[in-house]
Design a protein around this ligand. Structure first.
Ligand SMILES: NC(=O)c1ccc[n+]([C@@H]2O[C@H](COP(=O)([O-])OP(=O)(O)OC[C@H]3O[C@@H](n4cnc5c(N)ncnc54)[C@H](O)[C@@H]3O)[C@@H](O)[C@H]2O)c1
Length: 250
C-alpha cells in the first residue's frame, strides 16, 4: 500500500523544516525529488542529504511569487523528466503582529508567498497534470485555517485561503484525475516557529492546547504526505488533513 516509487515530485520551500522532511521522506520511498527553495543554497543542502542516503533528485532556486520562474522550471522539468507526478507546496512565511497594528507590507508579503505562491504553483503544475490526466497536489495549510489564535492575522487569512483554494482546484481538476489535498499541521519544531518558541508565552499557549502536549517533529508530517501522494488515495480530493496531535479535536 501507498507505493510512490519512481514518481517525480516537485517540492517548494524544500530547503527547510517540513518541506525538507517531506523531500527526504519521499526520496527514501524511491521518489525522484526536485527540491526547490527561494534560498538556493538551502535546497542544495537538502539534496546533499538525499544523495548521502542514496536517493535521487535535483535542487533549484525557485521563488514561488514569480510566475515566470515557476513556468520556466516546470517546462524544463517536464521536458527532462516527462512529468511532475506530485507537487508539494511547502514554501511559507510567518510574520507575527497584532491585528490592529499589522503593517500593510507584512500583510502583502504573507499573502504573496503563502496564498498567491500556492495558487501559482497549483495552476502552472496543475495544467501539466491535467493534460497528462494524472497528478497529486499537496498544500501546506495549518490548524490556523480552521481556528484562530492571537498575533497572526495575515497568516491565518492566508491559510484559510490555502484550504479553500485546495477545494477549488480539487473540484475543477477532479475529472482530470488530479487529486488536490492539504495538510494542516499544528505547531511543529522548525525554523519558522523559532520566533514562537523563543516567546515562552506563545509556546505554552500551543502546548497547553494540544492534547498530545508537545510540538510536532518535522518527520511526523511525512507519513501524511506519502499517503496523499500515493495512487491508493485516488478517491480523496479537496480534503485538509489535520496532523495536529489532537488540537482540532479538543
Ligand atoms: N512549522 C509549523 O509549525 C507549521 C504549522 C502549520 C503550517 N506550517 C506550514 O508549513 C510550511 C512549511 O513551514 P516550515 O515550518 O517548514 O517553515 P520553514 O521556515 O522551516 O521553511 C519554509 C521554507 O520556505 C521558503 N520560502 C520562503 N519564501 C519563499 C518563496 N517566496 N519562494 C520559495 N520558498 C520560500 C524558506 O526559504 C524556507 O526554506 C509553511 O507553509 C508553513 O506555513 C508550518
Amino acid at each position: 500500500m501507498f507505493n510512490v516509487r519512481g514518481k517525480v515530485a516537485l517540492i517548494t520551500g524544500g530547503g527547510s523544516g517540513l518541506g525538507r522532511a517531506i523531500a527526504l521522506g519521499f526520496a527514501r520511498e524511491g521518489m525522484r525529488v526536485l527540491v526547490t527553495d527561494v534560498k538556493g543554497q538551502a535546497a542544495k543542502e537538502t539534496l546533499v542529504s538525499i544523495e548521502q542516503e542514496g536517493g535521487f533528485g535535483e535542487a533549484h532556486p525557485l521563488d514561488v511569487t514569480s510566475r515566470s520562474e515557476i513556468e520556466s522550471l516546470v517546462e524544463q522539468t517536464v521536458s527532462s523528466h516527462g512529468s511532475i507526478d506530485v507537487l508539494v507546496n511547502s514554501a511559507g512565511l510567518a510574520i507575527r503582529g497584532t491585528a490592529l497594528d499589522y503593517a500593510d507590507a507584512d500583510w502583502d508579503k504573507i499573502i504573496a508567498v503563502n496564498l498567491k505562491g500556492t495558487f501559482l504553483c497549483c495552476q502552472i503544475v496543475g495544467r501539466t497534470m491535467a493534460s497528462r490526466q494524472s497528478g497529486k497536489i499537496i498544500n501546506l495549510a495549518s490548524i490556523g485555517a480552521f481556528i484562530a489564535y492571537p498575533g497572526s492575522i495575515a497568516y491565518l487569512a492566508s491559510k484559510g485561503g490555502v484550504m479553500q483554494l485546495t477545494k477549488g482546484f480539487a473540484v475543477e481538476l477532479a475529472r482530470s484525475n488530479v487529486q488536490v489535498n492539504a495538510i494542516a499541521p499544528s505547531l511543529f519544531d522548525t525554523p519558522m516557529v523559532k520566533n514562537s518558541r523563543s516567546d515562552e508565552q506563545s509556546l505554552r499557549y500551543f502546548t497547553e492546547r494540544t492534547p498530545i502536549g508537545r510540538l510536532g517533529q518535522p518527520q511526523e508530517v511525512v507519513g501524511a504526505a506519502i499517503f496523499l501522494a500515493s495512487d491508493e488515495t485516488s478517491m480523496i480530493t479537496g480534503h485538509t488533513l489535520a496532523v495536529d496531535g489532537g488540537f482540532l479535536a479538543a
